[in-house]
Design a protein around this ligand. Sequence first.
Ligand code: CA
Length: 235
Amino acid sequence: MQQTVLIVEDEAEIARFIQQLLEKEGFTCLHSRDGNDALRQFQTHQPPLIILDWMLPGIDGLEVCTRIRKLAGTHDPYILMLTAKGEEFNRVIGLSTGADDYLVKPFSPMELVARVRALLRRSLRQEAKSQVYRTVHFSVDLDRHIATQQDNGTAKDLDLTAIEFDLLATFLSHPGRAWSRTHLVEKLWGNDFFGEERVVDTHVARLRKKIELDPSHPQFIKTVVGMGYKFEDDA
Ligand code: CA
């Protein structure tokens, strides 16, 4: 398993800080100062993880993210988005990009390392599994990493980020079960998750946008008040 991380950050000091931190933890780092170089390096080196700053000269992090998702094909990297914006704006970013996770600057070294480890561990975990979950309208093939939705008799492949995929697989593994946010965080990021549990809501909202006819009145992913979520898919 290659543990290469591409750091896309125009501020030299922050880039150096991240690089030193990750190299100390045993990761190999590549560095880009702008979006175009990031796209070139991504295609040359195919790193499994990209730490992507939102504010970049030229094409910004959001656009880089979109283009990488279009390029990726069989090799879909994990993308950890960095932003200096406030919480509210951050939620909007979380909803509209293909990023798997995000961190708000300034972040602690521990927080960054925990997120990087969680994302890379996820790719190892997926390789070890071989299972298909099915409900009336959905199927998730963990081995081939394909999620499909049945819609009026036709199956369409869902275009999901890594965390959305894991989230759907978790729901499909136990239809009807009520999940607390804590439990979902554990499933998605592992035990050493560092940060705000409400991040789950962002990923649920994104997944709803992709699978629900009307995301504000969800048919499949129901909110369990005071607890979290449950997935229902009855005929
Ligand atoms: Ca920047």
